[in-house]
Design a protein around this ligand. Structure first.
Ligand SMILES: C[S@@+](CC[C@H](N)C(=O)[O-])C[C@H]1O[C@@H](n2cnc3c(N)ncnc32)[C@H](O)[C@@H]1O
Length: 201
């Protein structure tokens, strides 16, 4: 089964795989966001984060490769009375535009092996406007003990050193590693080892 088939089968189940409320870290960053900003939500899944960003008044572009997830995201946006520009694309081959976004949101996209991940990180850096904001949450290595979501391969998880190395040229970086209870749909539930990143290009 290909990665796409696996995600399609997960999103084909009834309901919203990651819930319909935004990721808790993203919601806590609301004070950094401004109505009218252009935001990219990377691998937005069934839409909870993109829809919430649109509700905050941002111009939302999402990129995601699962047609079923995109359909669900459209339904959620309609139900909430907001518009989201949702594009179907594989992020491994997507042409990241240059200096296009004020904000890029990256929540739990640890599906990529190191080489592809680095290419996506380079794309994010390119796509942010100067001074633009990168908000990212992922799992850290201790998540392998918890097993409450995310990949089961050490090299796919984030660490402070990995993120500092990848985004070292940013003008500011804040990284927070901690453990917390997550309740974000069936796939992200329970005590989790998290790593949050707030960076300014
Ligand atoms: C763990 S989910 C997170 C979804 C969303 N960010 C959220 O937090 O609700 C990972 C998402 O990445 C998408 N994805 C996986 N590989 C992808 C690829 N190569 N290109 C685009 N999207 C991909 C999956 O379809 C899925 O929606």
């Amino acid at each position: 089964m290909s990665d796409l088939e696996r995600w399609e089968s997960r999103f084909s189940q009834e309901g919203y795989l990651f819930g319909t409320e935004p990721n808790a870290f993203l919601k806590a960053q609301a004070h950094r966001l401004r109505s009218g900003q252009d935001v990219l939500s990377v691998a937005d899944g069934d839409g909870r984060n993109g829809v919430w960003l649109a509700e905050q008044g941002l111009n939302v572009h999402t990129v995601e490769f699962s047609p079923t997830a995109l359909k669900k995201a459209k339904v959620l946006a309609k139900a909430r009375g907001v518009a989201v520009r949702a594009e179907r694309a594989d992020l491994y081959t997507w042409a990241w535009p240059a200096e296009a976004y004020d904000v890029i949101v990256v929540i739990f996209i640890q599906f990529a092996p190191p080489v592809e991940r680095q290419r996506m990180f380079e794309g994010m850096k390119r796509a942010l406007k100067p001074g633009g904001l990168l908000l990212m949450e992922g799992y850290g290595p201790k998540q392998l003990d918890y097993g409450t979501g995310g990949p089961n391969r050490l090299e796919w998880l984030y660490s402070r050193a990995l993120l500092e190395d990848a985004f070292g040229e940013f003008s500011s970086i804040e990284i927070d590693e901690y453990e917390a209870e997550l309740d974000e749909g069936a796939r992200h539930k329970g005590m989790s080892a998290l790593i949050d990143f707030v960076g300014r290009k």
